[in-house]
Ligand binder design. Structure first.
Ligand SMILES: Nc1ncnc2c1ncn2[C@@H]1O[C@H](COP(=O)(O)OP(=O)(O)O)[C@@H](O)[C@H]1O
Ligand SMILES: [Mg+2]
Length: 472
C-alpha cells in the first residue's frame, strides 16, 4: 500500500501544506493582532473622551471626586480597563481601583506621560507591564481646558484577552492543517494508486514478454505520459513479436531449404547402391548429387555471409577501383551462361574508367547476384544492359533485363530472406531466395541506396549507388 510513489508525493505535499499554513498563520496572526489593537485603542480613546468631560467638571468643582471615581470604577468594571488621571505635572491624583491608591500622589515621568501632557494621544502595548500582573495595552489622552493641557487620562487594558482570541486562531490553524493533511493523504493515496497501477501493469507485462509470450499488450488508455509510455511499450512489444515471428520463419525456411536437397541426395545415394544400375544412370545420379551438394554449399555460404553482415562484424573493406573493369570481368565469368541462353549483352559507361570507393569483393557479389537473377529470369534471346553513370559525387549502376518482370505486389518482398517469387516457376529455376537480401545488406553496409523498377512481361531494372572516388 505505501509504495514509493505514494511516499514521495505525500512527503512533498505535506511539506508544501506546512509551509503554506506557517506563512498564512504567521501573517494572519500579525494582521489580526494589529486589527485588534487598533479597534481596542479606538474604543478606549472613545471611552477616555467621555471621561474627559467629567474630569473637566471635577476640575471646575462642578462634581466631587467621588463622582469621578464612580465613573472610573464603572469603566474598570465594564471594560476591564484600569484608569489613571494625572495633573499637568504628571502627579497621579485619581485611580479607578482602590487597591492602587498607593499610586496617588506619585509623579510619573515616563516619556509617554510627558508626551501626553504635551497634547498628544498615545496607544502602546507592553510599556506599563511593571505596574500590573499581566501585560497591558495603554492609551493616553490629554485633557484640554481653554486650549491648554491641564490633565491626562491613562487607560490600561490587559492583553490576555487578545491572547485568548489568538489561541483560538492558532487552534483553527492547527485544525485546518490536520484536516488538509488528512484530505491530502487520502487524495494522494488514490492519485498514487492511479499513477502506480499502470506502471505496475507495464512492469508485470514486461516480465511476461521477457519469458517469451510476445503477444501480450498493456491496456492503458490515459493520454498522459504514462499513456504514451504504454503506447511505446506496446509498439516495442509488437516489434519484438514480429522479430520473433521472423526468427521462427527463418528457422522453418532454413530447415526446409536444407531438407529438399538432402532428401534428393539421400534418394539418389540409395539408387546408387543398386548393383544393377547402369553406368549411364550412375553418372546421371552422381551428377544430381553433385548439383544438390553444390546447392547446399551455396545456401550455407549465403547464410554465413548474411549472418556476418547482419551481426555488423563485416566492416566494408573500402578501396578505390574501376567499377567498369569489375563489370567487364563479371560478364566474362558469366559468358557460358549468357551463351547458353543466347543473351545479348550491352554495356554503357558514361566515363571510363569510373573510379569508386567501396568494398570490391562485396560489390562484385552484388553485381554477380543481380546479373545472375537477370539471366535466370530471362527467356532465350533477351537483352541485358549494364550501365554506369556519374551524378554529383555518386556512381549510378543499372542492370536491366528484358525478363519476366516482377509483379507489383512482389516488389517489396523480393528483398526478404528466402523470398522466391512465383512458386511454380521457382521449382525449375534454382535459387535460395537469399541473393537479394545479401545485395541489400551489402548496399546498406556501404550506406548507399538500391531500388528496383519492373513491369511484368517487359523486364526489370535494378539500380544502386556507390561513392565516386574524388580523384575522378
Ligand atoms: N531480374 C529479375 N527479374 C524477375 N524477377 C526477379 C529478378 N530478380 C529477382 N527477382 C525475383 O526476386 C526473387 C528473389 O531474388 P533472389 O533474392 O535473388 O533469390 P533467388 O534468385 O534465389 O530466387 C526471385 O525469386 C524473383 O522472383
Ligand atoms: Mg538470385
Amino acid at each position: 500500500m505505501f509504495n514509493t510513489v505514494f511516499k514521495k508525493l505525500v512527503s512533498v505535499y505535506l511539506i508544501v501544506i506546512l509551509v503554506i499554513f506557517a506563512v498564512l498563520g504567521v501573517s494572519m496572526i500579525k494582521i489580526f493582532e494589529n486589527y485588534y489593537f487598533e479597534k481596542r485603542s479606538e474604543a478606549l480613546i472613545v471611552e477616555g473622551q467621555k471621561l474627559n468631560s467629567t474630569v473637566i467638571k471635577y476640575l471646575n468643582h462642578q462634581v466631587t471626586y467621588e463622582r469621578l471615581e464612580i465613573e472610573m470604577e464603572a469603566i474598570e468594571r465594564f471594560l476591564n480597563t484600569k484608569v489613571w488621571v494625572v495633573d499637568k505635572m504628571g502627579y497621579v491624583y485619581g485611580v479607578s481601583n482602590r487597591s492602587e491608591t498607593k499610586l496617588i500622589g506619585r509623579q510619573l515621568t515616563e516619556k509617554d506621560i510627558v508626551n501626553v501632557l504635551k497634547g498628544n494621544i498615545i496607544a502602546k502595548r507592553g510599556s506599563y507591564d511593571e505596574y500590573f500582573e499581566s501585560p497591558v495595552m495603554t492609551v493616553g489622552i490629554p485633557i484640554f481646558i481653554n486650549g491648554k493641557v491641564e490633565n491626562g487620562i491613562f487607560m490600561h487594558s490587559p492583553i490576555y484577552e487578545i491572547k485568548e482570541t489568538l489561541n483560538e486562531t492558532y487552534k483553527i490553524i492547527i485544525y485546518s492543517i490536520l484536516i488538509s493533511m488528512t484530505i491530502a493523504v487520502i487524495l494522494l493515496y488514490f492519485i498514487s494508486q492511479k499513477i502506480s497501477r499502470p506502471i505496475k501493469e507495464i512492469n508485470q507485462i514486461t516480465k511476461v514478454i521477457a519469458s517469451g509470450e510476445f503477444d501480450k499488450r498493456v491496456s492503458i488508455m490515459s493520454k498522459d505520459e504514462i499513456g504514451q509510455l504504454a503506447v511505446s511499450f506496446n509498439h516495442m512489444a509488437e516489434e519484438l513479436d514480429k522479430l520473433e515471428e521472423m526468427r521462427k520463419g527463418f528457422i522453418a525456411d532454413v530447415s526446409h531449404e536444407l531438407r529438399t536437397p538432402l532428401t534428393l541426395i539421400k534418394g539418389y545415394v540409395k539408387g546408387l547402391m543398386d548393383v544393377e544400375l547402369s553406368e549411364e544412370r550412375r553418372v546421371e545420379y552422381l551428377d544430381i548429387i553433385n548439383r544438390e551438394t553444390g546447392r547446399l554449399t551455396e545456401l550455407i555460404n549465403n547464410l554465413l555471409d548474411l549472418s556476418k553482415m547482419e551481426s555488423g562484424k563485416d566492416i566494408p573493406n573500402m578501396e578505390v577501383f574501376d567499377i567498369n573493369e569489375l563489370i567487364r570481368r563479371i560478364i566474362i565469368n558469366y559468358s557460358n551462361k549468357l551463351e547458353e541462353k543466347d543473351i545479348n549483352v550491352e554495356v554503357r559507361f558514361n566515363y571510363d574508367p569510373t573510379l569508386v570507393l567501396a568494398d570490391k569483393e562485396s560489390i562484385s557479389q552484388v553485381i554477380s547476384n543481380l546479373v545472375d537473377n537477370a539471366i535466370k529470369f530471362m527467356n532465350s534471346g533477351g537483352n541485358l544492359l549494364i550501365e554506369t553513370e556519374t551524378k554529383e559525387n555518386k556512381a549510378l549502376i543499372s542492370i536491366k533485363d528484358t525478363g519476366i518482370g516482377i509483379p507489383e505486389s512482389d516488389l517489396n518482398n523480393i528483398w526478404q530472406r528466402f523470398y522466391k517469387g512465383d512458386k511454380a516457376r521457382s521449382r525449375q529455376i534454382k535459387g535460395t531466395g537469399l541473393g537479394l537480401s545479401i545485395v541489400k545488406e551489402i548496399i546498406k553496409n556501404h550506406k548507399e541506396q538500391i531500388w528496383v523498377e519492373s513491369k511484368v512481361g517487359e523486364g526489370t531494372v535494378f539500380r544502386f549507388t556507390l561513392e565516386l572516388f574524388n580523384g575522378n
